[in-house]
Design a protein around this ligand. Sequence first.
Ligand code: SAH
Length: 223
Amino acid sequence: MQDPNAQNERIFNKRRKVLVEELVSRGIRDDRVLTAFEAVPRHLFIDTALSHRAYEDTALPIEMGQTISQPFTVAKQTELMEVEPGDKILEIGTGSGYQAAILCEMGAKVFSVERHHQLYDRSREILNKLGYRPTLKCGDGTVGWSAYAPYMGIVVTAGAPVIPESLKRQLDVGGRLVVPVGDEEKQVMYRITRKGEGEDDFEEEKFSIFKFVPLIGRQGWSK
Ligand code: SAH
């Protein structure tokens, strides 16, 4: 008899390839992003009861009333950061750990902050099990993580009411902050690029509309 686990893995591998094709058809072009999506087993970042839906292009519930972002959203945010291997990247909202895994797979030095202890513990466990070694912290990510700043990329994976000022300040010159900003219903994806050392040397670009769980903290929504 065939090993059912090996058979499942083969099915998941196939579905992952189909998902990558879907991302390409939706306009994702960065090969590094697509290669990482083909490698990272998204089904291991969610509850086993949902693993049959892991490769649908949809957000799914995780613990603490949060979600693992839709694959297209993760791909788009990652692409907007223009990650190069070795770049120092800060993620706000570790959640399931999936986005952190994608960034590690791309060869980035990953730092990620999550406010819920339970999610911090869970994501650390699965990331370590898979051999990914991001530096994780439990706390309020709206103020960034100054100990390791500056970063070439900062990605906020929850919806912010305004662009958190501390995050802008922790960008390296040439670095990019990708953050969804809006009300609790929908947010516009912003990309802020630091052009130089100066206080106000930033470029701001806007992309399409998304819907995220709220960013809660000092420079986010209050509880
Ligand atoms: N990147 C995640 C998406 C998780 S959803 C993934 O790939 O699964 C967004 C996460 O942001 C939630 O887990 C939520 O608890 C967290 N979050 C919200 N506000 C935060 C804050 N101020 N600091 C850190 N994490 C925060």
